[in-house]
Design a protein around this ligand. Structure first.
Ligand code: IPE
Ligand code: IPE
Ligand code: MG
Length: 240
């Protein structure tokens, strides 16, 4: 008889992951931090594929935050170089796996080449429907909210909106996540128990699963475990 743990339940529609722990993974092996980021990029590929197989519709991953510019010039440029290479490969991969790519974050701070690659990935994968990946790049939750507030203020200034027209539904339309359902599950590997400016608006009723594994070691089984933990939670949304 199958044990309850092996029971296959439908996965959450939208999973968000803070891909953390690359630096510690590299340090443990006496490698430069960029080697950890390269290993982390491979993990992303494996996990995105696993999500596709499970039938997850949306996968949002935190790749680089608005605060990560504080790191050494060497690490930041290593990450940017890796992203450039990775996106080139992803463009080819996407065709095979039918992954739709979107970028959440302020891309204007990235190099013109990287911006170009992001736009190409976004437009070339626009028709795919297997799994939609939101790749958070120079993303900050507070920054996202400030951008939305500014755009709404501009609408009011032009007379297109009245302040009283602004409600939660309209505000949501001005976020990167417009028209995407909130994540049911947010996973943070690496042992840290904080959100580090990730999806503050969208995650108010998400289930959080913190795991003691470094992102490059994060396996499809770890994802299954996080989903199983999600299914054990009782979600009430403020109700009784
Ligand atoms: C996550 O791994 C990747 C980025 C934030 C770019 P870290 O680089 O934060 O790894 P740790 O947390 O130092 O181990
Ligand atoms: C969060 O990780 C950002 C990403 C994983 C991209 P950090 O490593 O930057 O977060 P803190 O500094 O531990 O809060
Ligand atoms: Mg970290």
């Amino acid at each position: 008889m199958a044990s309850p743990k092996k029971e296959i339940l439908p996965p959450p529609r939208h999973i968000a992951i803070i891909m953390d722990g690359n630096g510690r993974w590299a340090k443990k092996r006496g490698l430069p931090r960029t080697a950890g980021h390269a290993a982390g990029a491979e993990t992303f590929r494996r996990i995105a594929n696993h999500c596709r197989k499970l039938g997850v519709q949306y996968l949002t991953v935190y790749a680089f935050s608005t605060e990560n510019w504080k790191r050494s010039q060497e690490e930041v440029s290593g990450i940017m170089k890796l992203l450039g290479r990775y996106l080139q490969e992803a463009l080819e991969d996407m065709e095979k796996n039918h992954v739709r790519f979107r970028f959440w974050g302020d891309l204007s701070k990235l190099s013109p080449e990287l911006q170009q690659l992001c736009l190409a990935a976004q437009s070339r994968s626009g028709g795919y429907q297997d799994v939609q990946v939101h790749f958070c790049l120079n993303y900050g939750g507070r920054d996202e909210i400030v951008h939305a507030a500014r755009a709404l203020a501009e609408q009011v200034r032009q007379g297109a909106l009245k302040p009283g027209d602004i409600d939660e539904a309209l505000f949501s339309q001005y976020l990167y996540s417009a028209n995407v359902p909130d994540p049911e599950l947010v996973i943070r590997p690496s042992g840290e128990m904080r959100t580090s400016n990730f999806l503050p608006w969208q995650s108010v009723y998400s289930e959080f699963v913190f795991m003691n594994v470094l992102w490059p070691d994060f396996s499809p089984q770890d994802l299954d475990e996080a989903i199983a933990e999600y299914h054990r939670r009782s979600r009430r949304f403020g109700g009784a």
